[in-house]
Every structure is written in C-alpha cells, then in structure tokens.
Design a protein around this ligand. Structure first.
Ligand SMILES: CC(C)(COP(=O)(O)OP(=O)(O)OC[C@H]1O[C@@H](n2cnc3c(N)ncnc32)[C@H](O)[C@@H]1OP(=O)(O)O)[C@@H](O)C(=O)NCCC(=O)NCCS
Length: 134
C-alpha cells in the first residue's frame, strides 16, 4: 500500500514518546545506537522539541529530528522509517512536510554516499546536491 501525502502527518514528540523513538532507532542499527549513545541524543532532541513522530494513517511509523543547527538553516539530523513501512512514499512525504514547516527557505541534510534510497527520496522531494565530505 502506498501512502498519499494526506495520510502522513507529524506530531511533536514528548517525553512519553522517548521509548517509542529509542525502539525505532535501536531496530535501525543496534550497534550504532549503543556505540554512539543515541539514546542520550534522542532524549535531548525530544526535550529540545526537535523530534517529531511520523504518523501514517495515525500509526507511528518513524521519527524525524529537525532543527536549525546548520548555520541557522533548517537541518534534518535524522529520518527513520520503520522497516515494514519503507518504500511506500512515507519518506518523501515526510521531507515535504518538513520543508513546509521549516522557517528557513533552504533545508539541509546529509546522508552516506551508499544510501541510495535516502538520496532518491531527497531528490523526489526537490533536494539538490550541495557538496560532499570526504
Ligand atoms: C531512507 C528512508 C527515510 C526513505 O523513506 P522511505 O519511506 O523508505 O522512502 P519512499 O518510499 O518515500 O521512497 C523514496 C524513493 O526510494 C525508492 N525506494 C524505497 N525503498 C526502496 C528499496 N528498498 N529499494 C529500491 N528503491 C527503494 C522508492 O521507490 C522511491 O522512489 P520511487 O518513488 O521513484 O520509486 C527510509 O527508507 C529509512 O528510514 N531508511 C533507514 C534509515 C535511513 O537510512 N535514514 C536516512 C539517513 S538520515
């Protein structure tokens, strides 16, 4: 099933959502989650009101961390969709929603060269390549 933009919404995460977000992140990559102390980063993002839960037909399917930490420009720190919900258009619609709510005209993010799906989602949402860190 593909999701249309109307079926996707963002809700500000609060302290009661921390376990949900930690679960999404842990299932994405247990090793990175532990080694990079991402639970603490998630806690901070939630408390700073930088984390949103992604809802597809009102079901929580992932989260996005967004702030203005890139030279005061909109910055997507992390976007994670639960595996069972990937490839259904949710990533692209989430990027569209983030760009709509951003207070800056430009929104930046970064992804690994190997992450072709994220690059495809970004390109479909109108992002263009700005540079590479090597
Ligand atoms: C990257 C991610 C956010 C993209 O969200 P998504 O909901 O899966 O992506 P979409 O369904 O919106 O698809 C975007 C494009 O990628 C393509 N795509 C999605 N999954 C794919 C797969 N498994 N194989 C090939 N192409 C795929 C889609 O087909 C779509 O292009 P199309 O419409 O032209 O076919 C999601 O896959 C994810 O959470 N991945 C793990 C975490 C991650 O890598 N986050 C990004 C780094 S911050």
């Amino acid at each position: 099933m593909l999701f249309t933009e109307k079926m996707i919404s963002l809700r500000n995460a609060n302290v009661n959502d921390i376990a949900l977000v930690v679960g999404f992140d842990r299932r994405l990559n247990e090793e990175e989650h532990v080694n990079q102390d991402r639970e603490a980063k998630i806690n901070k993002a939630v408390l700073d009101h930088h984390c949103s839960i992604i809802l597809a037909s009102n079901i929580p399917v992932g989260f996005v961390i967004f702030d203005y930490g890139f030279f005061d420009q909109g910055w997507i720190e992390l976007l994670v969709i639960e595996e069972a919900y990937r490839g259904k258009g949710i990533g692209v619609h989430t990027l569209d929603l983030i760009c709509e709510k951003s207070l800056t005209k430009k929104v930046f993010t970064s992804t690994n060269r190997s992450n072709l799906i994220m690059q495809k989602a970004l390109s479909k949402a109108g992002f263009t390549f700005a540079g590479e860190l090597i």
